[in-house]
Design a binder for this molecule. Structure first.
Ligand SMILES: Cc1ncc(COP(=O)(O)O)c(C=O)c1O
Length: 405
């Protein structure tokens, strides 16, 4: 059983307004849209811009809304430091630019979000960085790849879209001995599903555009980690222009306030829908870590946080994939049939959405590589929201029943 998930001290901070220096503090935080702040003296400007003194000068270098949001995320992940970026890809890009340079070597999972594979694959090679892709579920293969002492190893806690689970404690042990930075994209899990830094990871990345915010109305990213090497990240985010917008940070803080309600509900819905789909004749295979047939079911039960309010019940994420029987035309039939569950190439919203990796998130990947990984033209990814399970199962059952088999 995984570590208990409950609203503890760190998570309670999500419900509180950040410390504000007012006699009567406002019950919701203000938004600071200022692009620039007035300085008292040249000395002060130099100290603020040099990061020696606390305060703000220029929005790209930092602003209160980003700092308040970062502080909440830092606590959730038990990190020493956290930084908010303009998107999940900005967080990944800033990590790459901060920790690798021409002549370096990196090892990356062969199962990553499509754009991440592009940036850490062909884009990194264009910058003179060599890259080896590994199956991170094969620890012997990872061990061999780490012999070259790469700068970093990049994995996803729960991979997109096939929900394979990275054995973070085992990977952390290996990367520590090869002095490699273990970077974990935890977007699918959120800190209420898994806390990679407590399992030995060095850096955790999240797309805050997804479940962390939960309302599909902003783009942000998070980098959280240990103090070592943090100045480099802060400088890269500010100098390369990866910084966030105050309004998006403000919205994300509001979204985060309900994380403790949304995550368990979405995870429970995913489990129930996975079990429903499993028995349907239109579905060839359901891929969800909460199903005993999933290759990483036991590992997920150990690594994912368990709910103490429900007798230690394990939960396995809000995303599942399934292969429809027949050819790709079935996917379009399903999209037409599930009008109330929209085909949106994103995830992590309060409403359930459906996606088709082969034509969206993984379209840049050559078809033979996609198929080798197990992403078929008939593979559908569902991101479960917080609707009533009765409504959800009704909608999906009716849509699947309407397909001509
Ligand atoms: C696992 C994962 N990481 C990172 C990203 C990129 O995040 P963003 O869209 O906020 O740039 C995505 C986007 O779908 C994702 O699924």
């Amino acid at each position: 059983m995984g570590k208990p998930i409950q609203l503890g001290e760190e998570e309670e901070c999500l419900l509180r307004t950040s410390n504000l220096n007012f006699a009567c503090p406002p019950s919701t935080p203000p938004i600071f849209p200022a692009a620039v702040y007035a300085c008292e003296s040249t000395d002060q400007a130099e100290q603020l811009l040099g990061g020696v003194a606390d305060g703000y000068v220029y929005q790209r270098d930092g602003h209160p809304n980003a700092d308040w949001l970062a502080e909440k995320c830092r606590k959730l992940h038990h990190a020493d430091s956290a930084t908010i970026t303009s998107s999940g890809m900005a967080a990944l890009g800033a990590t790459l630019l901060s920790h690798a340079q021409s002549g370096d070597h990196m090892v990356i999972s062969d199962q990553l979000y499509g754009r991440t594979s592009l940036v850490f694959g062909s884009e990194a090679r264009r910058l003179g960085i060599t890259v080896t892709e590994v199956d991170v579920t094969n620890l012997a293969e990872v061990q061999t790849a780490l012999k070259s002492k790469p700068r970093l190893l990049l994995v996803e806690t729960i991979s997109n879209p096939l929900t394979r689970i990275a054995n973070l404690p085992a990977l952390a042990e290996m990367t520590q001995s090869s002095k490699t930075l273990l970077v974990v994209d935890n977007t699918f899990a959120t800190p209420l599903g898994c806390q990679p830094l407590t399992l030995g990871a060095d850096l955790v990345i999240e797309s805050m555009s997804k479940l962390m915010n939960g309302h599909g109305d902003l783009m942000l990213g998070l980098i959280a980690g240990k103090e070592r090497g943090w100045d480099r990240i802060r400088q890269t985010v500010a100098a390369w222009g990866f910084a966030s917008s105050p309004f998006d940070c403000w919205l994300a803080e509001r979204g985060l306030a309900t994380l403790g309600l949304r995550v368990p509900r979405a995870f429970d819905n995913a489990q129930a829908v996975a079990e429903l789909l499993q028995g349907h004749p239109a579905v060839d295979e359901v891929i969800y870590p909460g199903l005993p047939a999933h290759p990483d079911h036991e590992l997920a039960s150990e690594l994912m946080m368990a709910d103490t309010n429900q007798g230690g019940k394990s939960r396995y994420g809000h995303v599942l994939s399934f292969h429809l029987r027949g050819d790709a035309t079935r996917v379009d039939q399903l999209i037409q049939a599930t009008k109330s569950i929209e085909f949106c190439p994103s995830l992590g919203e309060v409403r359930t959405t459906l996606s088709h990796p082969a034509s969206t998130s993984h379209r840049a990947m050559p078809a033979p590589q996609r198929e080798k990984l197990g992403i078929r033209t008939g593979t559908v990814r569902l991101s479960l929201g917080i609707e009533s399970i009765h409504w959800l199962t009704q909608q999906l059952q009716a849509a699947l029943d309407s397909l001509d088999l």
